[in-house]
Design a protein around this ligand. Structure first.
Ligand code: MTE
Length: 316
């Protein structure tokens, strides 16, 4: 197995959150059990509570990044989720997203179409925690302890036919709860896609939680993607549908502005966005700017996916 070890972008030891502080926090979160005042919570939070027994999940240290974790309060209050508005402060608006029931549809080039509730899907999977870097195309970055399961497991469960070349993913569509979806000039629903090789790469991760508990609405509850070698817009939130296809999906941002946001969107400091440089990134929650790394530092694991594809616009 190809693992990420001592990556080139490791930051100085002094900036790493001391492990005992982090572990104490995890333990404390563990005590906040599934029953905790569930009745007083909004419906979406109650759905999260149903899955709370699965948290915190064991940490997979293969993906240790040796960078300071972005504080939970920052991760959950500085978001991009255009369904709820174009500002970063959409957490309150995202509370309106109803998580129960949340049916997942798996269709397209599969032996058998599947419809199941997300709690059942998550219930089938072994959950683990991985600390990943997130690099937004807007040149800011975070480091987040996600909980979830490898996307390869979803692919296995879906049993696609050998002709399937891509996975197309789609977010919910409900303008009643998501005011951004009333803005007709956006091509809703939010769509993203990966090649089968990308989707089954061990780094591709379907996220169900962060910081040791179910992922909050604003970060993409109940199920979102994390593909850390690509710009953050590829990491689609609040997924409802996985479609296996032989046609390359056109993603939300590509549909809006193909000259600025492409299908591949692999991080590369040397390929500027048409309107700004990608050479450095702002570490959210600090004044620090750090150099951006090719494939966001994950090149050892993913660069081979793009061998022989020099004609493609791999880095935007
Ligand atoms: N998914 C949906 N459905 N809608 C969005 O607007 N924004 C993307 C991505 N996934 C987005 C989305 C962008 S631009 C980024 S940088 C990340 O989500 C941000 O994830 P975060 O808010 O959890 O940091």
């Amino acid at each position: 197995m190809h693992v990420v070890r001592r990556p080139g972008w490791a930051i100085p030891e002094r900036e790493v959150t001391p492990e005992h502080l982090y572990l104490d926090r995890r333990r404390a979160l563990g005590w906040l059990g599934a029953g905790a005042a569930a009745a007083a919570l909004p419906a979406s939070a109650r759905a999260n509570e149903l899955l709370a027994g699965r948290y915190p999940a064991p940490r997979n240290d293969t993906y240790e990044v040796q960078r300071a974790l972005t504080p939970e309060e920052t991760v959950t209050s500085y978001n991009n989720f255009y369904e709820f508005g174009s500002s970063k402060r959409i957490a309150r608006a995202a509370r309106a997203l109803e998580l129960q029931p949340w049916e997942i549809l798996i269709d397209g080039m599969v032996a058998e179409e599947k419809r199941l509730d997300v709690t059942e899907l998550i219930g089938r999977m072994a959950l683990e925690e991985r600390v990943y870097r997130l690099r937004c195309v807007e040149a800011w970055a975070m480091t987040i302890p996600w909980t979830g399961f490898p996307m390869a497991e979803l692919v296995k469960f879906a049993a696609p036919s050998s002709g399937a070349r891509y996975v197309r993913m789609e977010t919910f569509e409900n303008p009643r709860v998501a005011p951004g979806q009333r803005q007709f000039w956006y091509p809703w629903p939010y769509v993203e896609g990966l090649t089968m090789a990308e989707a089954t790469n061990e780094l591709a991760f379907l996220v169900t939680g962060l910081y040791g508990r179910p992922v909050p609405n604003q970060n993409g509850a109940p199920l979102r993607l994390a593909v850390p070698w690509k710009y953050g817009f590829k990491s689609i939130k609040s997924i409802k549908r996985f479609t296996f296809t032989d046609e390359r999906p056109v993603s939300f941002w590509e549909d809006l502005a193909a000259d600025e946001y492409g299908f591949w969107a692999n991080v590369n400091p040397e390929v500027p966005h048409p309107r700004w440089s990608q050479a450095t990134e702002r570490v959210v929650g600090s004044d620090e700017r750090v150099p951006t790394r090719l494939f966001n530092g994950y090149g050892d694991d993913v660069a081979h996916l793009y061998d022989g594809m020099e004609d493609e616009r791999l880095f935007m």
